[in-house]
Design a protein around this ligand. Sequence first.
Ligand SMILES: [Zn+2]
Length: 208
Amino acid sequence: MDAIIEGKKPKFNERDVIVEQPSREEAEAAVRTLIAWAGDNPDREGLVDTPKRVVSAYEEFFAGYREDPDQVLGRTFEDVEGYDDMVMLRDIALESHCEHHMVPILGRAHIAYLPDRRVVGISKLARVLDVFAHRLQIQEKLTSQVANTIDIVLQLRGVAVIIEAAHQCMTTRGVNKPGVTMVTSTLLGCFREDPTTRQEFLSMVGSR
Ligand SMILES: [Zn+2]
């Protein structure tokens, strides 16, 4: 274990994305340590393959570090026959992990934008959310990262993102308050400046 600390400190680039990973074996050894620390025997039959499974699960949970959200949005569709009204993707399932406890954040996101000649394939909006959600997160940062990335890459008249989510660090431990959800929003461009647009968006979110 000392070798990890002395020899190969993980390196990060300016966007907090790991550029030199510890090996898979090192990651599995770390899980083994946590099992033993929790008080169980990592060599008993039911647990012997758990480090492998946990590391594989981490590959999925944190796949977002290996993806570039700007590229996800790359292709836009220009021929929209003059459509310039709000486009909204509602109730997108959200699965993320809180960066303080590494336990799930589960909820829904609503993403809307006002096009400026170009529209984007709607699945791309959900993919951008996924890229950022599959990293260690706090909900406030996730909300603004999604909104700002869509705004900067697509150059729209406005972008709005609302996330409603339950944090297992709060619902299953700590203050133990099941059923509580946290709501965050980032409104940019027209959604911030024009009360009518903002109201239209909020009523579309609410009309379920
Ligand atoms: Zn937490």
